[in-house]
Ligand binder design. Sequence first.
Ligand SMILES: Nc1ncnc2c1ncn2[C@@H]1O[C@H](COP(=O)(O)OP(=O)(O)OP(=O)(O)O)[C@@H](O)[C@H]1O
Ligand SMILES: [Mg+2]
Length: 245
Amino acid sequence: MISVRRTAARTLSANAINAGYDRADVLKDVTIEVRPGTVTAILGANGAGKSTLIRAILGLTRIRKGEVRFGHVATTNMPTHKIAALGIATVPEGNRVMPRMSVLDNLKVGGLIMRDDRRVAARMEEMFEVFPRLKERRSQLAGTLSGGERSMLSIARGLMADPELVIFDEPSLGLSPLFVSEVFGIVRQLKTAGLSVLLIEQNVRQTLDVADYGYVLAQGLVVAKGSAELLKENSELHKAYFGIH
Ligand SMILES: Nc1ncnc2c1ncn2[C@@H]1O[C@H](COP(=O)(O)OP(=O)(O)OP(=O)(O)O)[C@@H](O)[C@H]1O
Ligand SMILES: [Mg+2]
């Protein structure tokens, strides 16, 4: 079981944000909210702007209009490491890890913001309990792990800093069904432990099974939102945006 020192208490909100690359805005007037202790999903096709939304929230893509808040702190365009220090962790698109570093060193980097070697070591032991495979492979270079193992490392690295909110960008992409279930199982565990999760996925059914609330993005706009139950039942939405009939 994943242990946490604190349960989520703050709401993450993006209020009418525009963000993009070069001149054009990708996100147009996007408003979303992740309430404490919920799993909130962002669904949408390739190129809808899902990763751009996450990047904007994390201070990686410039926000040109609107505001992001975490609790009472305005985090709009704040440096990424400061946003992380507030308790927001991310598992990036493609489950990226540092390939030339060992599993152990990847985890240490994840714990850097704790600035406390003993806490980092203790947290690493917890991660090894949750992901025994990573313990077996702790000295191995991350670049030599299998896709499934790499995704576990990417998740464990995000959890090292004992976050309050975890943002996942398509964690199940390219994984075998066994690892896909493992990823969704971890999301469930995080929710049970009282953390908040912002989950970007294209795996619509499994996502709506674990989520409380969801938003559908299309061409940078929020085109639908609602409880996961309502989104699940809306067959028009499935036809229009998910290609499922
Ligand atoms: N670095 C970049 N420079 C310029 N345009 C970009 C950049 N990254 C993304 N875009 C454009 O922004 C739009 C949204 O891309 P984004 O990556 O946010 O979509 P996405 O919903 O995450 O898609 P996917 O499901 O394929 O990951 C796309 O039209 C994309 O081409
Ligand atoms: Mg993306």
